[in-house]
Design a protein around this ligand. Structure first.
Ligand SMILES: Nc1ncnc2c1ncn2[C@@H]1O[C@H](COP(=O)(O)OP(=O)(O)O)[C@@H](O)[C@H]1O
Ligand SMILES: [Mg+2]
Length: 276
């Protein structure tokens, strides 16, 4: 049972890369190339181009911030990557050669792309530990396994994720009783149970206190390296606190890209943000 599940995930993910290699060797490393590229992608809704000839490249293990005014196409971009929206034209490639446009939403998730939506969707009447346990298998079998004896590797992974997400003090608390910030971290933890290669996070700090924002910054920063992380966020103080490379989206295309300072001083970006 355990073997079968592990093997299943392994074979699913191996499609992303050309050969079967040990798990650790598959981890992104700095010079391992591109994890995602979107090339000349466009999509229209009723004649309105929400995404317009978009080119975007994400490196293995990088933490990328995507900013841009409302309606710039940030969420639509994530919808395209995760298979929720089909673009009219363009290519979207994951890893070396996985054509995401040929895959269904569940297959894209299985290939190693996790998405955190704005609103946390934890199982309120289960504990933090159980939530992580349930998200481990990612299917209905998990429910029948709940409460069954976990093997050491699974328990270790759950405890590792609890450590990463800083939820050690609330392991046995019902998710419904957590603070807003803790729920968000738990949901990130649930995504981590699938060990995604690429993690997409849409507006993670909306509604958070400053203290929670700081913890979230620390968490997302710590995930880069092992995972590639793409963060869409409006809060510029937050972006500044985690930013390495920043992409500014405007009218469905990349307006500017660079470090925070370059982007902030770009006249086109200033124009867009300060109402030119
Ligand atoms: N399913 C849809 N149908 C029609 N219009 C949409 C749809 N999804 C997004 N849009 C439009 O596309 C544009 C980009 O939206 P969105 O990707 O949500 O922007 P952002 O996340 O950057 O604020 C907006 O003008 C929005 O109204
Ligand atoms: Mg949005």
């Amino acid at each position: 049972m355990k073997m079968a599940r592990g093997f299943q995930r392994f074979t699913d993910r191996s499609q992303v890369f050309t050969s079967l290699v040990p798990a650790e060797a598959r981890r992104p490393s700095k010079d391992c190339g591109t994890i995602l590229y979107m090339e000349r992608v466009s999509v229209s809704f009723d004649g309105f181009k929400a995404i317009n000839d978009l080119n975007l490249f994400i490196d293995m293990g990088e933490l990328r911030c995507i900013i841009g005014p409302n309606g710039a196409g940030k969420t639509t971009m994530m919808d395209i990557i995760t298979g929720k929206t089909a673009p009219d034209t363009g290519r979207v490639i994951f890893g070396e050669r996985t054509d995401l446009l040929a895959l269904t939403e569940p297959d894209i998730a299985r290939a190693g792309i996790g998405r955190k939506f704005q609103k946390p969707t934890v199982f309120e009447r289960h504990t933090v530990f159980e939530n992580l346990e349930l998200s481990m298998a990612g299917d209905k079998r998990a429910w029948s396994l709940l409460g069954a004896e976990l093997d050491d590797a699974d328990r270790d992974r759950i405890m590792e994720v609890i450590g990463i997400t800083g939820l050690s003090d609330v392991v046995d608390r019902d998710a419904g009783d957590l603070s807003h910030g803790q729920k968000q971290w738990l949901e990130i933890g649930m995504l981590l149970m699938q060990d995604p290669l690429l993690l997409l996070v849409d507006e993670p700090v909306a509604g958070m206190t400053h203290q929670e924002m700081d913890k979230t910054a620390e968490l997302l920063t710590s995930l880069a390296g092992r995972h590639s992380v793409v963060v869409v966020e409006h809060d510029m103080d937050f972006v500044r606190s985690i930013a390495r490379k920043v992409t500014v989206l405007h009218q469905g295309s990349v307006l500017a890209e660079g470090n925070m300072e370059q982007v902030q001083n770009d006249p086109r970006v200033i124009d867009v943000y300060l109402g030119g």
